[in-house]
Design a protein around this ligand. Structure first.
Ligand code: HPA
Length: 278
């Protein structure tokens, strides 16, 4: 559970630091998951800052992640990228991103774009495919809001992934001739991969992709009042759906292979948010 006094002090200090270094907040923040790091190469006038300089931010240690923010512009859109997220499987706590997301909101960010690497449950979304997250299943039924006070904690999760922004992303994908499926993301706690029986159950529930992140952050972001968009990069077929053995290396390799195309679309998406009232 969150120590609210401690977190509040850390958030205040982090907002002050961001304001002093970068001025007013960009409207758009992006959390970069495995495979998405290439998006940073599209940023102009990029300035980096380590999470170590921001007391409300986590210090995650998953291979393939760098823990820093990158602030700059893509097209006319100012943006802050978060490279590295805290996963629940690292500590057992699902509140790891609370400080970072509350800092973004208090600084003035309006939209959180989440990216991740996922296992696909659907044959029409092979490894390398992108899926716009339309909805999610919180399979572990864990909430980062346990212990929060006030009626604001009863967050409406209908359209948690903003309907207008999804429409915008799908239209952009069409313009760019990119196959972008839309589907339901199922959170699995990890760090072990799922069993084939679990994947069959998730599929029966209506899940299209499975991964070990994103859901706690979406809940925290909606509670904070940020709009949310999510894109999942399929790095493998989920357990039992292909003959290939599931390893972290395999997911990283596939993420690297498809990462460039995914990152280019992400950059185009960020730039295009200039056309949308956020
Ligand atoms: N399961 C859970 N998380 C994942 C997977 C998967 O198959 N692939 C990438 N992240």
């Amino acid at each position: 559970m969150i120590d609210h006094n401690k977190l509040d002090v850390a958030v205040t200090a982090s907002v002050e630091k961001l304001q002093s270094l970068f001025g007013t907040a960009p409207e758009v923040a992006v959390v970069l998951g495995s495979g998405w790091a290439g998006a940073v190469s599209h940023v102009r006038d990029a300035k980096n800052l380590s999470y170590a300089e921001l007391p409300a931010f986590p210090q995650p240690k998953v291979e393939g992640h760098v823990n820093e923010i990158v602030v700059g512009k893509i097209g006319a859109q100012r943006v802050i990228f978060l490279r590295g997220r805290a996963h629940t499987y690292e500590s057992g706590e699902c509140t790891g991103m609370a400080g970072a997301l509350r800092t973004l909101k208090r600084w003035g960010v309006r939209v959180l774009v989440q990216t991740n690497a996922s296992g696909s449950l659907r044959g029409h979304m092979p490894p390398g495919s992108l899926m716009l997250i339309a909805d999610h299943i919180n399979a572990p039924q864990r909430s980062p809001l346990v212990g929060e006070q006030g009626s604001q904690r009863f967050v409406d999760m209908v359209n948690a992934y903003d309907a207008e922004l999804r429409k915008h992303a799908l239209a952009l994908a069409k313009r760019e001739n990119l196959m972008l499926g839309e589907g339901t993301y199922c959170w699995a706690l990890g760090p072990q991969f799922e069993t084939p029986a679990e994947i069959r159950m998730f599929a029966a529930w209506g899940a299209d992709a499975v991964g070990m992140s994103t859901v706690p952050e979406t809940i925290l972001a909606r509670h904070a009042g940020l709009k949310v968009m999510g894109i999942a990069l399929m790095t493998n077929m989920a357990a039992g759906l292909s003959a290939e053995a599931l390893t972290h290396d395999l997911t990283l390799k596939q993420a690297q292979m498809s990462g460039e195309r995914a990152s280019a679309f992400l950059a185009a998406l960020v730039a295009s948010l200039k056309e949308v009232a956020l």
